[in-house]
Each structure stands twice: as C-alpha cells, then as structure tokens.
Design a protein around this ligand. Structure first.
Ligand code: BG6
Length: 313
C-alpha cells in the first residue's frame, strides 16, 4: 500500500479491486479487471498524493464527519478523515456464494483528543463492500452518551418511581459526506445527470440558494455546490473514456458537486496543477438538515457506486 500505510485490497467476483486504508477508512481506488480506476487519487508522479497521517488522502472517498466543510467549529470536514480507524472485521469469500462478497468493517470512536474537539461519546462503523462491479460504503453512527443512573435501580422496589435506566447523555448533531472523487478523462466533457429542479447552495456565491435548471450538468469552470434533497440516484458520465457510473444513496439527502479548477488546484499542495481535469467530486451528504442523534441511538446511511457502462478499452 502507498506510503507504507496499513490497508487491504478487496476483490469482487467480477475481478474488481478496491483499496482501503485504515488511515481515514479511506477508499483510494475501485478498479475493474483491466485496471481502469473509477476513482481519482492524486498521483505520486506529480508530487501530490500525500499518504502521511494525519493529513487526509487527496482523492478516493474521504469521509467528512462529524462536520462537512466549515459547517461548525471543527476543522474543515471534521476529523474522521485524519484519524486512524480500527479494523473490526475482514470478510474474504466466506459467504455461501464464494467470491461473491469481500468486505471490511472499520471502526472509529471517541478518544481524549476527539472529546476535546467534539464533546460526544460515539462509535462509527464503516463497511466497504466490493460486490460484482459495485462498491458499497455504509456508515452507522451511534451516540454512546448513555449514563446509567445507578441510584435508580429498577430491581430495587424501595426506590421511588419504579426505578429504571435513565438516559443521561446529550443528543449529538453532525453533518457528514462520502466525498467521492470520480475519475474522468476530461472534466470539460464529463457530465452529471439527475439534478434538474433541485435547489442548491452555491459555495462560490456566499452559499446563496439557487435552483438547478439543467438536467445534464456540464463543467466548463469551477464548481462548488451543495444540492439539497436530491434524487437518490445520480449519473456521472465520463463521456471521453466512455465509462458511466452511478451513485445510489440512502439517508444522505444532499449531494455536493465540486471541482476546484485551475487556480484552486494550483493552490492545493497535494494536487497537481493539471489534475483538476481528471476528477469530479459528487459527494453523497447530509448537510442541509444536520443529523441530531439522541443518546443510545444509531443513524445509518450508505452509497452504492456502480458501473453502468464499462470503460472503452
Ligand atoms: O481541500 P479539502 O479540505 O479536502 O476540501 C475540498 C473541497 O471539498 C468539497 O466538499 C467542498 O465543497 C469544497 O469547498 C472543498 O474545497
């Protein structure tokens, strides 16, 4: 694995491979059997790809949690992408249909460092699943802020009110995104379909709200938008390389569409000057309405990335 970091390569029954690192629970590639990557990852060749924790990896699927962008007091995109996650399970060909599934489950929970930044006890389980051509990533966030009131034991009939467990933790509120960098051959020829009539916040215009008028979105310039309450399936078309990918998302109502274009690429240390031409971020997200999770409860989401049309050889 790059940078000598710990990680695994998942393999699907159709010969697809998916690289996952414990640093950031970061998926960095999703390749077909011919080695074509559906995801972009900044290349070592152009002094980019910094695989040095705690810096987040540029490309693949960074996890933005518990904060998207600057929507709160934490650092940009929260701390999950900078943290080292624990491997909970690796499932290699153990299903009744051999070679049908190959997955890893990673876990992140509060530490003294996260509690100093974000005062909540939590667990995130993140599952990456290479299934045929598709790549499924799912996340379950639990609010572990439960306090058992030992003074109020339900087995003690002498206590007033019948006793019981008191949930003394506080609700926790967060925003999140699966910040997928799709690989495209030429950004000026790539498109995203499925956002017509969807309202968006334009991050390049003080996050003012607009409504998308076009069904097939093209990219002739920088874009940084948070589309709110989108359809659950969006299509990313590479056009030139002729590969077409879909994003199917659940419990992630929003979608960020981002490409930094010339000036911001040049100003981004871990991105080659020309690399903006080769990716398009479409990020399944929960931003417009932050998630508020009561103590003891769990919130789940997932995205399934699929190849609708194979790349031209
Ligand atoms: O450079 P970072 O922190 O990885 O963020 C990349 C981009 O991430 C996108 O999700 C944001 O909408 C952009 O505003 C931001 O520039």
């Amino acid at each position: 694995m790059r940078g000598g970091l710990p990680g695994v390569t998942l393999r699907s029954s159709l010969g697809y491979t998916v690289d996952v690192y414990t640093h950031g629970a970061h998926v960095t590639s999703w390749k077909d059997k011919d080695g074509t990557d559906m995801l972009f990852c900044s290349s070592e060749a152009c002094r980019s790809a910094v695989f040095k924790p705690p810096k987040a990896i540029r490309g693949g699927i960074p996890i933005c949690f518990p904060q998207f962008s600057d929507f709160g007091p934490l650092g940009q995109h929260g701390f999950a992408r900078n943290a080292t996650w624990e491997v909970r399970a690796i499932d290699r060909d153990v299903s009744p249909r051999p070679a049908e599934t190959d997955k890893i489950i990673l876990r992140l929970s509060d530490t003294p460092e996260t509690l100093a930044l974000w005062p909540h006890k939590f667990t995130v389980l993140y599952e990456v699943f290479a299934d045929g051509k598709s790549l499924r990533t799912s996340m379950a966030v639990s609010n572990d802020g439960i306090e058992i009131d030992l003074e109020n034991d339900e087995n003690d009939p002498a206590l007033p009110g019948g006793g019981g467990i008191r949930l003394g933790g506080r609700p926790m509120t967060f925003t999140a995104a699966l910040h997928t960098y799709f690989s495209v051959t030429d950004i000026t020829r790539a498109t995203v379909t499925g956002l017509r009539n969807v309202e968006y916040l334009d991050s390049l215009r003080q996050r003012q709200k607009f409504t998308e008028t076009t069904d097939v979105l093209h990219f002739p310039e920088e874009i940084d938008r948070i589309y709110l309450n989108t359809p659950n399936t969006l299509i990313v078309d590479d056009a030139v390389g002729a590969k077409t990918m879909s994003v199917m998302k659940s419990n992630l109502p929003d979608a960020v569409v981002w490409n930094p274009w010339v000036d911001k690429s040049a100003a981004t240390g871990d991105l080659g000057d020309e690399e903006y031409t080769r990716f398009l971020c479409v990020e399944a997200a929960a931003i417009g309405t932050p998630v508020t999770l009561p103590p003891g409860e769990t919130w789940d989401c997932f995205q399934i990335l699929d190849v609708c049309k194979d790349p031209t050889p």
